[in-house]
Design a protein. Structure first.
Length: 386
């Protein structure tokens, strides 16, 4: 089987799905690797490095003709999809729950679609394949740096001849993978960090990183299935927003990461909460999306300064801005999943396997992923209104 690595062309995307280090491992499993010329350039992996590792450097046209399976980071572009013949496969972050129609389009073309974001993440043997975690780690780290760069003061306590600077007070809302990494990074930069999550079981993880965990009296825990949060009811949401507002106003910097699978991100910083913050405060909304984010009026990929002087950064694709580390981790996840799914040098689709049942979205002309198929049948996607 020939595995093809595309050059990503979404705006701002600098990652690549496979890095040279992984080529030998795939070749050992009987896979040939074709790399579109320039695929790794934006992440500082030269064509020559892939070639030295045993890959063939090809044009996009050759890639489409010769590769049996194409690996991507994000959703493949329309031109690539149009060039995929029946029987070929594509593996990447296809986000089928947000975009089930895309999964259906691939199925109609007879393309096998494999999506890393469907992985059963709590399964120990799937951890090396968990790209959501690897990319959230990178993004959480970068969110703390983005906040530090936008902030007009220091993060650490600094005592100098020119005076003493008090440490920044930073609040992280949502302490999953990205939130915990943001806490660790902000702590290393010297900020005083507090954090809150609607899943109370994250308290010990937060405290082990040296941050204080905030407990709200108005909202009981809201753990859902698979280690995720459930969506709050309208009453819970309002009570949470109101109680958080007081905490938010006492911080210089807020980083928000809250997500609920298959739903719009919950609104945590209302307009009133932002208005209550002091001039010079910084908010990084890692959940900013076209559907809305955790912060009122945040815009993905854009920075807005409010009338009261609060800088709201709608984080775009932060993992793509640390491309070498993010690609290396992503490539390890892709390779681990591929090696799990390959037998005798070819893809062996078997949805009775728990991992494959999560990641195989389309195969044999149909959408086989249960949750995606259910969304298509219901004619809905992308969650409920706030
Ligand atoms: P996520 O990106 O879905 O959400 C980020 C955080 O937002 C979560 O901690 C969630 O509880 C929180 N959140 C949602 N609604 C909120 C609200 N209204 N207010 C405050 N916080 C809210 O989560 P994630 O980082 O992808 O991971 C979620 C969980 O899955 C974590 O517990 C993680 O440890 C677990 N996980 C486990 C494994 C494993 O067992 N191997 C692997 C990956 C993830």
């Amino acid at each position: 089987m020939k595995v093809g690595v595309v050059k990503e062309n979404a705006p701002g995307e600098r990652r690549v799905a496979l890095v040279p280090e992984m080529i030998a491992r795939l070749r050992d499993a009987g896979l040939d690797v074709l790399v579109e010329s320039g695929a790794g350039a934006a992440a500082w992996f030269a064509d020559s490095s892939y070639a030295e590792a045993g890959a063939s450097i090809v044009t996009r046209r050759e890639l489409l003709e010769d590769a049996d399976l194409i690996v991507t980071v994000g959703r493949p572009d329309d031109q690539l999809v149009a060039g995929l013949a029946a029987g070929k496969a594509v593996l990447g972050m296809l986000n089928p729950l947000a975009d089930p129609a895309f999964a259906a389009a691939l199925a109609e073309r007879g393309v096998t679609a494999i999506s890393l974001d469907g992985l059963p993440r709590t399964l120990p043997r799937a951890q090396s394949m968990d790209a959501l975690t690897s990319q959230a780690n990178v993004a959480g780290y970068k969110a703390a740096l983005v906040a530090a760069t936008a902030f007009g003061r220091y993060f650490p306590l600094l005592i100098t001849a020119a005076g003493t600077a008090r440490p920044a007070k930073l609040l992280v809302l949502g302490t999953g993978v990205a939130g915990l990494q943001a806490i660790g990074t902000a702590r290393r930069l010297g900020a005083v960090v507090s954090a809150y999550d609607v899943r109370p079981q994250t308290k010990s993880e937060v405290e082990s990183l040296g941050a204080a965990f905030i407990e709200l009296t108005s909202v009981a825990g809201a753990a859902g299935g698979g280690g995720y949060a459930r969506e709050l009811t309208a009453d819970e949401r309002q009570a949470q927003q109101a109680e958080l507002t007081g905490h938010i106003a006492r911080h210089d910097i807020v980083i928000t990461t809250a997500q609920v699978p298959g739903r719009r991100p919950p609104l945590l910083l209302t307009d009133d909460a932002v208005k209550a913050m002091a001039a010079g405060s910084v908010v990084v909304d890692m959940a900013a999306s076209p559907l809305g984010g955790n912060v009122a009026n945040s815009v993905p990929g854009e920075t807005v300064v409010t009338e009261n002087g609060v800088t709201i950064i709608g984080a775009g694709n932060l993992a793509a801005t640390v491309p070498t580390a993010a690609s290396s981790a992503f490539a390890r996840n892709v390779s681990a999943l591929l090696l799990h799914m390959v037998a005798g040098g070819a893809l062996a689709i078997d949805t009775s396997d728990e991992i494959q049942a999560g990641v195989v979205i389309a195969h044999g002309g149909s959408v086989v992923h249960a949750a995606t198929a259910a969304l298509l049948a219901a004619g809905t996607a992308g969650g409920t209104p706030q």
